[in-house]
Ligand binder design. Structure first.
Ligand code: FES
Length: 328
């Protein structure tokens, strides 16, 4: 009798790719393009999807999510645009400083946590800075479908306006750009107030912007189901801590520079994921016992779940204290 095929772990199924282009776009942002190493086509995806890019930096393995920004129907290559984060744990710096054309890498199959609601009569996109990337593929998708959309894009300065030139050139009547250094800002209330029934709003950018859009829309009576956002939190370094794992009967140390999820993976403990940014819920883990404080950084659990001490999202959250026991 043959063994049953192994079920792929969510988020972990990978594609071998080669870096086909590295294009610096401005002081902070570079575009990376990937093709399959075996010359085959990549899977199609839908606008707003992301891929998790594996980066082997010496001993350290990083897996970071990035929005796919190429045309979803172009299966010859994928593109991501990465903002350099000089204060981060090194994923974006690794891409900016070490990755070059011809390098072989692994990326995950596309996953979409920020898809278009195709029932909407109109789509209003609100982007802040590098938050423009998911909208690039959504716009391509909608253009093919003759969809009704408009973009409101806030950038710090003209020189940091990633893809402003391309977008303004291709869609002069649909793209509105706001420059912070010229004191321009989105007149959000007026914008939301003037939309036809059946409009959906999508926001991607800094946390403050996402919160602002949700709060304003809610104040104006917009149903939650018509306001969409995507926010990946990068795991932060912190004090090392020890975790006891009941199911795998192990005790593991989470290092200063690694996330709890990375520590589980290092020890070969089964740890599902999709986004690695506190947004999808896939890594949700039950806490068996604890004596200390959680540092919750996810957007998945409700406040009362955070307070209960019964759940943790290992991709972004940490722990400080005497003991922590998890159901893994
Ligand atoms: S992997 Fe998505 S919330 Fe942790």
């Amino acid at each position: 009798m043959s063994a049953a095929p192994q079920k792929a772990k969510p988020g972990a199924e990978q594609i071998d790719v080669v870096v086909s282009a590295v294009v610096p776009l401005n002081d902070l942002v570079t575009r990376f393009e990937f093709q399959r190493t075996d010359g085959q086509n990549l899977p199609t995806f839908s606008g707003g999807a992301h891929t998790v890019v594996e980066m082997q930096d010496g001993e350290r393995k990083r897996l970071n999510p990035y929005s796919l920004m190429s045309d979803p129907t172009d299966t010859s290559s994928y593109a991501i645009s990465v903002r350099r984060d000089d204060q981060g744990r090194g994923g974006s710096l690794f891409l900016h400083q070490k990755v070059k054309v011809g390098d072989e890498m692994k990326i995950s199959f596309p996953v979409n946590l920020f898809s278009l609601d195709l029932r909407a009569r109109k789509h209003v996109f609100l982007a802040g800075g590098i938050g423009i990337t998911p909208f690039m593929s959504m716009i391509e998708q909608l253009e093919r479908m003759n969809g009704n959309w408009e973009l409101h894009y806030a950038v710090r300065t003209e020189s940091l306006g990633t893809y402003v030139d391309v977008l303004s050139y291709k869609y002069p009547n649909k793209v509105n750009v706001y420059y912070d250094d010229q004191n321009q800002s989105i007149a959000l209330e007026d914008l939301l107030d003037g939309q036809p029934l059946g409009t959906n709003v999508y926001v991607c950018g800094p946390k403050g912007m996402i919160d602002w859009v949700h709060a304003t829309a809610s104040d104006l009576g917009w149903p939650n189901s018509q306001v969409h956002s995507e926010e990946f939190t990068a795991p932060q370094p912190g004090k090392p801590f020890t975790v006891k794992l009941c199911k795998s009967n192990k005790s593991i140390e989470v290092g200063e520079q690694e996330s709890l999820l990375e520590a589980l993976e290092r020890e070969g403990v089964e740890a599902p994921f999709l986004c690695r940014g506190g947004a999808c819920g896939q890594c949700e883990t039950d806490v068996v016992s604890f004596d200390g404080d959680f540092i919750h950084r996810d957007h998945w659990l409700e406040d009362d779940q955070h307070e209960s001490g019964k759940k943790i999202m290992p991709c972004v959250s940490r722990f400080v204290g005497k003991s922590l026991e998890l159901d893994r």
